[in-house]
Design a protein around this ligand. Structure first.
Ligand code: ZN
Ligand code: ZN
Length: 452
């Protein structure tokens, strides 16, 4: 019989039962046969239901190769009344209807673990992360509120960057100006372009925005990353920035301005397009105009490859990505998105095919903390695990879009980084793989992009 979560008392002891839920994790094993099933995705084990009748302890027929996601299980229902530290309901000889699995936690081990069972809490209390030698890197950020055109133009103060990076253990961030701010706004719930820029307008705005970024970098005492060695050496005690641009609109079709930005502003990471269909190519949120990447876009990629600038194809269409992949001699980055089997119209999410096109270049895809998709760091870690299942762990990264998201974020600030790190370990990634996701993969792409 199919068991409902609000009526776990219904099946008789010994009945064949099936139910759907999320496994709750504790420990480091990737394959387990004993875990706890709960009705909703949990941020961590500390939020396991205190009520022993609110969860089901599972004894699987065979160890389940753990990953992430909802499980549908069938087994023999057992009702226990003799163990005060045990769970009331159990599913024995359980078999998943779907292949994925989780490692789990029993009420007994949870109680024995005390407060330390919540890796997230433990990680936050422990301070800066220890994920091997690789620096932690956010591959898309507007920290300090540098995406705000109003603040840029007004010369307003920016919010702190270095202190939360130190506190949360973030070593480096790709700090991006928004090149086309003046030409788009929220229309009917979507960000859309509403006017064409005047000649010279976006070049002038880009120069102002770069200047302001360098001001905040200086006032915050951040280091500017100019070489691969700079990035590899970054630690959260010496927080660093990769100067980046979201949109190459400031080029206004002129390649020499890329050289200027490289030299004058230390630009090392360029996202080709944003919310305006610019001279480089088509975007996911507007109807295609160019059939993907333009010839100028291809020239910009070649010039980035020669100068040593990371090429970021976030916001671009799949057609843009395909041509970019064929043009670029270096790995591509898609800095902020999430995986979905069927992206809706105008969606910024990407399909498995789109993700594979990035991975095939040896590149990295940054996963976004949009709360509508991932309500908390645990759910985000699940999303990263799903992406890793499709493209491999070497091609997954973190792109918070901090201070750039229209809605709420599951990563509210860099002080939340330990929560995400703990969640990655919690969903079954090794420390080494979590380190790759949280920076190592981008460091690899950055080094390749800057190599001559
Ligand atoms: Zn964006
Ligand atoms: Zn952004």
């Amino acid at each position: 019989m199919r068991v409902a979560w609000d009526n776990l008392a219904e099946p008789a002891d010994g009945a064949v039962a099936s139910l759907t839920g999320y496994a709750l994790a504790l420990g480091a094993a990737r394959s387990v046969s004993n875990f706890l099933l709960v009705p909703e995705l949990q941020c961590c084990a500390v939020h396991a239901p205190a009520d022993p009748t609110g969860a089901v302890e599972v004894f699987a027929a065979l160890p389940i190769a753990v990953r992430a996601g909802m499980l549908r299980l069938t087994g023999q229902w057992r009702v226990r009344t003799d163990d005060p530290t045990g769970w009331r309901y159990q599913l024995h000889d359980a078999r998943p209807a779907d292949p994925p699995g989780w490692r789990g936690v029993t009420r007994r081990t949870a109680l024995m673990s005390g407060p330390l069972m919540c890796l997230a809490v433990a990680a936050r209390a422990a301070g800066p992360l220890s994920l091997g030698a690789t620096p932690t890197i956010d591959i898309h950020s507007h920290a300090g509120n540098i995406a705000s055109e109003r603040r840029i133009r007004a010369g307003a103060d920016f919010s702190p960057i270095a202190a939360p990076m130190r506190q949360g253990g973030m070593a480096a961030i790709c700090l991006a100006i928004v090149a086309d701010s003046a030409t788009h706004r929220v229309i009917d719930g979507r960000i859309r372009p509403f006017r064409d820029p005047a000649g010279g307008e976006l070049y002038n705005y880009g120069m102002l925005a770069f200047e302001r970024v360098h001001q905040v970098v200086k006032s915050e005492g951040l280091r500017v990353v100019a070489t691969a060695a700079d990035l590899a050496a970054a630690t959260s005690s010496t927080p660093s920035v990769v100067i980046s641009a979201e949109g190459a609109d400031f080029l206004e079709g002129r390649l020499d301005r890329l050289d200027e930005a490289y030299q004058r502003w230390s630009l090392r990471h360029l996202q080709l397009t944003h919310y305006r269909v610019n001279e480089l190519g088509d975007i996911q949120t507007e109807p295609p105009v160019h059939g993907g990447l333009t010839d100028f876009g291809a020239e910009v990629i070649r010039r980035c490859n020669r100068l040593g600038i990371v090429v970021d194809v976030a916001h671009g269409t799949l057609d843009l990505v395909k041509r970019a992949a064929s043009v670029s001699t270096k790995p591509l980055v898609l800095s902020h998105t999430s995986l979905t089997t069927r992206p809706g119209p105008h969606s910024r999410q990407i399909s498995p095919e789109h993700a594979m096109a990035i991975a095939a270049t040896g590149g990295v895809i940054g996963v976004w903390p949009v709360v509508d998709i991932y309500p908390n760091p645990q759910a985000m870690a699940v999303g990263m695990a799903r992406l890793a299942d499709v493209v491999g762990v070497d091609h997954v990264g973190l792109g918070t879009d901090l201070r750039g998201l229209v809605g709420a974020s599951a990563i509210r600030d860099y002080t939340d980084l330990p929560l995400l790190a703990a969640a990655l370990l919690n969903v079954g990634f090794s420390q080494q793989d979590a380190g790759k996701i949280l920076g190592g993969n981008y460091a690899r792409v950055f080094a390749a992009s800057l190599a001559l």
